[in-house]
Design a protein around this ligand. Structure first.
Ligand code: ADP
Ligand code: MG
Length: 319
């Protein structure tokens, strides 16, 4: 007999797979701690699952032909809801749940949803952490039920510095007091160039430069809008120091942009726009030194229902 690594398959299924889906749900949820109020997954029947799967579809993971993982789709307030996510006990830690999550994301993209939503129980911190690692963040809670959302990243190509500036201007138009933008990308990727455009969109006093010795600068509004706090965290050790910036400005009343802010600035706000800039040749194997690829990932309740369509249409074409 030959041995081979176990082969996982993920299929999009309808009501015809209800028997397999039910067997996975019973196995997967049957061994979970009893919650109060109880998780309703165990109340599913062949009939309820057939109906749900025929209506919105679901995913079934099989390992060498055996059903081992599942989830159900159900649109919820303009996002693709996923529920009844379960993997049978003896194949946990093989990455099946991750594959299910990834496939759900592809499905959301294919159907044109801006993001995914699910409910997790705070009594299951491992589950909550799993979804956080998949890019979901809490947007609201009702008792022990956390609503978690992952908004899909938007990617676009920026052929020239002027395009990066334009994107910054469009983002600046959308921002309001209290917002946080976290910029990442190598030296020379265009973080400061982007911030210059953003400052124009916000209509604050310039100039925006790469702060060499200064870690943060406050740019007051030229009108009655929010000020811009521009932080370069390159030399900052950890998030505590960011708290200690001792700015003379209330961040709730300003827009804060942090270059090199990944891993530091998240503590400032549970919502943020994460913007990553990469040199094009690293991504597309084009050799034009000016091309940049921007990836915008909105995180948290502030961006739940905000549309970023205007950013995509007013800047260079989406990839
Ligand atoms: P960072 O702040 O990420 O270190 P800067 O914005 O200071 O980067 O510098 C980016 C440099 O690259 C600028 O000199 C800019 O003119 C140049 N550049 C060329 N093409 C682009 C582009 N598509 N987007 C942004 N900057 C570009
Ligand atoms: Mg810079």
């Amino acid at each position: 007999m030959t041995t081979h690594p176990p082969l996982t398959r993920i299929d999009l299924v309808d009501g015809r797979a209800a028997v397999q889906v039910l067997s996975v749900i019973e196995e997967a949820f049957g061994d979970r701690p009893v919650l109060d109020p109880p998780a309703p997954a165990l109340e599913e029947t062949l009939m309820s699952l057939t109906e749900a799967l025929d209506k919105h579809g679901g995913l079934l993971a099989t390992l060498d032909g055996r059903p081992v993982g599942t989830l159900l789709f159900r649109p919820f307030r303009g996002k693709l809801g996923v529920r009844r996510v379960g993997v049978v006990p003896d194949v946990r830690h093989l990455g099946v749940a991750q594959q299910l999550a990834h496939t759900a994301e592809l499905r959301a993209r294919a159907l044109g949803y801006p993001g995914l939503v699910l409910e997790a129980r705070e009594e299951l911190p491992q589950t909550v952490r799993f979804w956080q690692r998949q890019g979901y963040s809490e947007v609201s809670r009702k008792g022990p039920r956390l609503r978690m959302v992952r908004l899909l990243p938007v990617t676009m190509s920026l052929p020239e510095a002027a395009d990066t500036r334009d994107l910054g201007r469009s983002v600046g138009d959308v921002l309001r007091a209290g917002d946080l933008v976290v910029l990442s990308g190598d030296l020379g990727a265009g973080k400061t160039t982007f911030t210059q455009g953003l400052a124009e969109g916000l209509r604050v006093r310039g100039p925006i430069t790469s702060p060499t010795f200064v870690i943060a600068r406050v740019h007051p509004s030229l009108g009655d809008g929010p000020a811009l706090v521009h932080v370069d965290a390159y030399r900052l050790g950890d998030s505590l120091e960011l708290d200690d910036l001792d700015l003379d400005t209330d961040l709730d009343l300003a827009v804060t942009v942090v270059e090199w802010g990944t891993g530091l600035a998240e503590a400032l706000n549970d919502s943020r726009l994460e913007i990553h800039l990469a040199r094009g040749e690293a991504v597309t194997s084009e050799d034009d030194p000016d091309v940049r690829i921007a990836t915008i990932t909105p995180v948290g309740p502030r961006w739940m229902d905000a549309s970023l369509d205007s950013l995509v249409s007013t800047s260079a074409a989406e990839l």
